[in-house]
Structure formats: C-alpha cells, structure tokens
Design a protein around this ligand. Structure first.
Ligand code: FAD
Ligand code: DLZ
Ligand code: SF4
Length: 514
C-alpha cells in the first residue's frame, strides 16, 4: 500500500509541504501533463514550454532526492486530459491507500482536490502551502473587522513576522517604506545589467517541439526561448540579479525604456511562482546585501516589499474574496479588448512596445502592465474579465491567485477600490515622465485635441466624466475633478468629442487613429 502525492506544475519545490509530510520510501509522486491545464486559457507558448520543461526537469531533482516519480506526458495515448482523471488512473496503477497533496493555487483546481476524497473513497490530506509567509487564517485574522485593507499595514505585519529589515522591533532606516525614492526615469546605458540566457537542452527542445505541434494557435513563439527551467539555473539568475541589478532596482523600479525589456528588475517571478525559487530566501539574500553594504536601503526595502508585501497580500485577497471575485465589474465596463493586444499593431508606441515585448518574451514589468496596457484598457472601459484573461494568457508568471487581484482589482478597479483607493489611470504625462516612449511615438503627448494628440489625454478626462457618479466623491480624485470644472465649456466639449471620435474609430475599425 502506498501514499500518492500529486505534485502540480506550480509546486516544483523539494521543500513542498506534501513531501515533508511523507517518507520517500512509502510514496509515489504523481506529476501530470494534462490538456485541461494547458488550455484553460490560450497560454503563451513560452509559458507552456517553461512549465512543461520545468516539470520534466523537476522529476530528475525529485529522483535524485530519493523519490519515486510516476510522470504522465501530454502525448501519452491513455492520458485522460485532467487532474482527476489522472488520479483515477494512478489509483489503478499503484496500490494507493491515501493521497497527500499541497493545496492548489486557485479556486478551480482547489475544487478538484476537495472532490477526491468522496470520489475515490480514500483519505485525502490537503496540506497548507508553506511556500507562502502568510497563511489563509493569518490573512483573515488581519483583514477581519478592518475598514481599510491597505497593503501598507499588512506589509508592516509581514516585516514584524519575518524580522526582515527590523532592528529591535523598529524598521531599519526608521521608515517602513522608501517608495518615494523609487520613481526615477532611466536613460539607456550600455552597462545596464542583463538577465542570463539559458540555452535549451534536449528536454526543453522536445517540449518546444511538442508545444509548437499541439499549441500552434496560442500566442507567442519559441525561437528565442531562454528561460531557466531548473532550480539550479533559477538560482544562477537570482545570483546575477543580486550581483548586478539589485543596487539600482529601487531607483528605476518604475522606469520604462524603448527596447529595454528588463531594466533593473529581477525577472524571477516565473521561478518563484512555480516553486523553483523560495521567496523568503530571496528576501533574506536582499537583506544581507543591504547589511553588508552592497545594496542601498531604498532598493532592498522596495524589493522585499514587493514579495512579502504585494505578493502575499494579493494571495490573501484572492482567497478571502472567493471564487466570485472574478465576476466583479464595479465600473460596468464591457468594451471588447482591441485585437491588437494580440499582435501589437498600434501606432501608440507605449502600447506597441509593451505588447510587442510581451508577445516576444511573455514578460513585461510592473509599470508596463499597470500604467500602459492596464491603464489603456481601463480608460477605454474594457470588460475586466477579458482583460484578466489576457493577462492570464500572455505572462509566463501568471497564475490566477496572483494575476486576478493584480488585474481585476489593482489595475481595472473591478472591485470598486478594495485594493487601491483610486483607479490607476493617467494621461500621457505620466508615461512621458517615466519613459522615453513618447519621443518615439507618432502622437504628441502634449496635445489633447487634434489629429496628432496623444489618445491617453482625452481618454483620461472622458473616463473621469463618464464615471463621475461613482468616482466623483473619491477624495483622491478631488483635484482632477476640480481641474476639469475649471476648464471652459468649449475645451470640455472638444475633449469629450475627441474621446468620442477615438471610440467610434476603435469600435468600427479596431484602430485607434483619428
Ligand atoms: P520585480 O520587479 O523584480 O519584483 C520582485 C518580485 O516581487 C517579483 O518577482 C514578484 O514575485 C513580486 N511582485 C512584484 N510586484 C508584485 C505584485 N503586484 N503582485 C505580486 N507579486 C509582485 N505578478 C505575477 O507574479 N504574476 C502575475 O500574473 C502578475 N500579473 C500582473 C498583472 C497586472 C495587471 C499587474 C499590474 C501586475 C501583475 N504582476 C504579476 C505583478 C508584477 O508585474 C510582476 O510580479 C513582476 O513584473 C514580475 O517581474 P520581476 O520578477 O522582474 O519583478
Ligand atoms: C499552468 C499549467 C500548465 C500550462 N500545464 C500544467 C500541466 O500540464 N500539469 C500541471 O500539473 N500543471 C500545469 N500548470 C499549472 C497548473 O495549472 C497549476 O498547478 C494550477 O493552476 C494550480 O492551481
Ligand atoms: Fe503613449 Fe501617448 Fe506617449 Fe504615444 S504620446 S507613447 S500614445 S503616452
């Protein structure tokens, strides 16, 4: 009799709670490539190749650690196509007496795990996912009874809990948050750090062939696939980040540059989210870099805040808000996302850069996701569910627990302000301040009206006016509404007419130009 341990594609850690609950000799690990997971959205080809190759490499790591692994490939003719079907088949192959599994990362799969005990008549132990710092219970205890679920207060709890950047119970540098220091625009620089590139080995090449064959209609292509697919290579990527980029991570965290995809970001989210890297370990390394004098506090605090603050907070919100969160649509938006979100064919340079690099690499950094593609989708009133599915599809690090609250909550204001006290919208001025995109654009960022005017400018005001009933009382928007009210009737009319012309064109031809 044996224990079956299903290990899902985002659980690629030797330290997984389910593995710690069982002795290797008594158990068989089941890993499953299944069509339901590969197609619940049209995942970017790079995301598919990354996950499947990392899963195949993880078998080798598990076996080296003494585990017996039963691995089901996508092209196995008997493959049932989903997790539950594969558990049923594995129960036939092995004399299974119980199942031990680490909890799933999203509601859809959690429901499957919950069904197994009744379905198979076997005990099923679902272990908490200890790769996260904050358990569901702790998050609920923190959130319950609070009127304001601001991330900042949660983050301070996590600093206290982990002891990261704390001295005698006080934050290092006597401030919790150095975000104000982290808003510098960047200049192209030959000495800019670059992520390491990993040449695909035979396992990855096989997976690339499989993905090209079976998922030809998914976005992206695999010619330049260079992500790490093992824990050891992911660690090398982390070493490279700490040695070369962390010191300036903070200063240029919000900056964007044409042709520069990575700047001083870590590009480690795919590895953290799938289990190849441990988030707390990365934070301790960042702290050590500060304490040894190799990285300044604004960078290190900023980096740690993203992980023990934003990342943990997003997960807490996802599970607390329940499976109905995905249906929220506070602003009642319903416009179809323009088709050029899938081919970057737009004259707006900020969008063509961000979408172009997303299609090429399955990555864009936070401000590109929030203030370019997210901002534009919000300004045009795109259906938040469609926007969510786009982000889930195109980014290599996208799993619903982290993508949905970021997209629907933070970026699209779909939850009406649970996550942010006001919508993340801006005119072209913000993009111009934080990037060099506007200098390379066919539109003029300083203009609001006319053939060459930057579309973001009129759309920004149109959004505020369209939603005045819902947003007019928001204290953080009082200034823009005052500024609008000071404008002449003629200017207001011209602005709204400019936006209306934009929408007519967008809706009839899918193109944005006037
Ligand atoms: P860095 O800039 O180097 O940041 C360090 C780490 O902090 C990241 O590796 C990541 O683990 C964490 N982090 C930073 N910001 C966030 C955040 N807002 N939420 C959660 N973790 C964060 N991140 C995902 O991991 N998966 C997603 O599907 C995802 N979807 C997003 C959708 C939208 C609309 C927005 C605005 C942001 C989204 N993010 C998502 C957050 C962020 O954009 C990515 O984590 C980041 O760009 C990953 O690149 P990096 O590893 O270089 O991050
Ligand atoms: C995202 C993904 C993909 C594309 N394929 C698989 C797969 O074939 N097998 C697998 O175990 N996991 C895959 N995953 C990750 C799962 O979707 C992920 O584990 C769940 O989203 C967790 O809830
Ligand atoms: Fe984007 Fe407007 Fe700047 Fe063009 S001018 S890059 S559309 S913000």
């Amino acid at each position: 009799m044996t224990t079956l341990i299903p290990v899902l594609g985002d659980q690629l850690s030797l330290n997984l709670s389910s593995l710690r609950a069982v002795v290797p000799g008594d158990a068989v690990i089941l890993m499953m490539e299944v069509v339901e997971e590969t197609t619940y959205v049209r995942h970017h080809k790079i995301k598919l190749a990354y996950i499947l190759s990392a899963m195949r490499h993880h078998v080798l790591a598990l076996e080296a650690a003494g585990w017996r692994v039963d691995y089901v490939r996508l092209d196995d003719p008997e493959n049932s196509g989903n997790f539950t079907g594969e558990i049923a088949r594995a129960i036939q192959r092995h004399r299974v007496e119980r199942i031990v599994v680490t909890e799933a990362g999203e509601w859809r799969v959690a429901a499957m795990l919950e069904s197994w005990q009744t379905l198979f008549g076997l005990p099923v132990d679902i272990c908490p996912d200890t790769r996260f710092i904050c358990s569901h219970g702790e998050f609920d205890a923190w959130a319950t009874g609070r009127r304001d679920l601001k991330m900042e207060f949660f983050y301070r709890e996590m600093r206290r809990k982990t002891g990261l950047l704390m001295d005698d119970g006080k934050p290092v540098g006597e401030r919790w948050n150095f975000d104000k220091d982290n808003r510098k625009p960047a200049q192209a620089d030959l000495l800019m750090p670059r992520p390491l590139r990993f040449k695909p080995d035979q396992i990855t090449r096989d997976v690339i062939g499989l993905v090209n064959d079976r998922f030809a209609d998914h976005p992206g292509d695999l010619q330049a696939f260079d992500y790490a697919v093992t824990a050891a290579d992911a660690q090398r990527q982390a070493d490279n980040f700490f040695a070369n980029a962390l010191p300036q991570f903070g200063d240029y965290e919000d900056a964007m540059l044409t042709g520069e995809r990575f700047l001083w970001h870590s590009i480690l989210s795919p590895y953290i989210n799938s289990g190849l890297l441990d988030p707390l370990d990365l934070c301790r390394r960042a702290e050590a870099a500060h304490r040894s004098g190799t990285a300044p506090l604004n960078s290190v605090e900023g980096y740690i805040r993203q992980i023990i603050g934003w990342r943990e907070y997003m997960r807490g919100i996802y599970w607390r808000e329940g499976p109905g969160y995905v249906d929220r649509n506070f602003l009642e938006h319903s416009r179809t996302l323009p088709s050029w979100y899938w081919n970057a064919d737009t004259d707006m340079h900020c969008l063509s850069e961000t979408i172009g690099q997303t299609l090429a690499t399955a990555h864009a950094h936070h401000i590109q996701r929030l203030m370019v593609t997210g901002n534009f989708a919000l300004l045009i009133g795109a259906d938040p569910r469609q926007v969510h599915l786009w982000y889930l599809e195109v980014y290599i690090d996208a799993y619903e627990w982290v993508e949905l609250p970021n997209t629907l909550g933070m970026s699209q204001f779909g939850d009406g302000g649970l996550l942010g006290s006001k919508p993340y919208i801006s005119s072209g001025a913000y993009i111009n301040r934080m990037s060099d995109y506007c200098g390379n654009c066919r539109y003029n960022v300083k203009e609001r009206i006319g053939h060459d005017a930057c579309p973001f400018n009129a759309l920004y005001w149109d959004f505020l006016i369209r939603h005045r009933d819902k947003l007019g009382g928001n204290r953080r928007l009082a200034m823009p509404y005052r500024n609008w009210d000071r404008q002449s009737d003629q200017d207001q009319h011209a602005t709204l007419e400019q936006a209306a012309a934009f929408f007519r064109r967008l809706d009839s031809e899918g193109k944005e130009s006037y």
